[in-house]
Write a protein that binds this ligand. Sequence first.
Ligand code: Q46
Ligand code: ZN
Ligand code: ZN
Length: 301
Amino acid sequence: MKKCVKCSQKAVVHLPHHRLALCKEHYVEWFENRVEKTIRSFRMFSEEDRVLVAVSGGKDSLGVWHALWKLGYIADGLHINLGIGDYSELSERKTRAFAERIGRELHVISLREHIADIPTLKDLQDRPACSVCGTLKRYYMNHTAKKLGYSVVITGHNLDDECAVLMGNVLSWNLDYMARQYPVLEEGKGFVRKVKPLCLITEKESALYAFLSNIDFVEDECPYALGASSIDYKLVMASIEEKSPGTKLRFYSEFIRKVRPMLVAKQDVKLNACRVCGEPTTGDVCSVCRLKMKLQAQKVS
Ligand code: Q46
Ligand code: ZN
Ligand code: ZN
């Protein structure tokens, strides 16, 4: 029987890549310390910032909100209801219940009221649901945070998510996207700052924290998640990790340390304010306003 390295009680968690065995209480403490250290080492935000957590109802976003609450940070939540049938209804319900449990304010917006639900937009666009969904989530996170006076948006992206994105970008050598992959996306040019305090925490570690903290999260995957290429990349990374613990952490953190600084120096993206809504865009009218126009044209015809 493995013993906790901190207190010698029975260990419930074994983290081979950190060479750690921990009991429940010390695992929760380890996780929260790691979140705190990540926030500090990347200077994600300070006490003057007003912080908004983007919460989907899944383990990662509710977990990071819970950890921030335990660490004494004041952070409110933002839930975007995507209008994906029962999945979205359950996600909103669990997010509302969690906000009540920790006594923090939750803002809820519905895509159906702002533009249209994801199934409708997916049909309109003939693009994968996740691509239009990702664009809209980024847009409304930024737009809502600015409107409500928050200076920082926190997302629950974990190490597995970051590795999958990095692998996708490496496989197509998308240097512009690689240059933008960092745990902190600075504010400016119409964007609020966006940060990822779970970027050094694996999906398994995050799930375990949620479970041990009795967080009631949505366990079902979004029905559109199947078939996303990120799932294939995650499976590949998982099998390498199994044989060589620590590979994910090395792949991501060494990219951040060694490769990204070389790419950033070459980046120069010009952004304008969208002619219709004022949000940042590389063109004249942003992709969300173009989507709205397309929807309007479809209604008229
Ligand atoms: S919610 Fe949206 Fe995800 Fe569903 S449609 Fe794809 S991106 S899978 S995190
Ligand atoms: Zn212990
Ligand atoms: Zn616009």
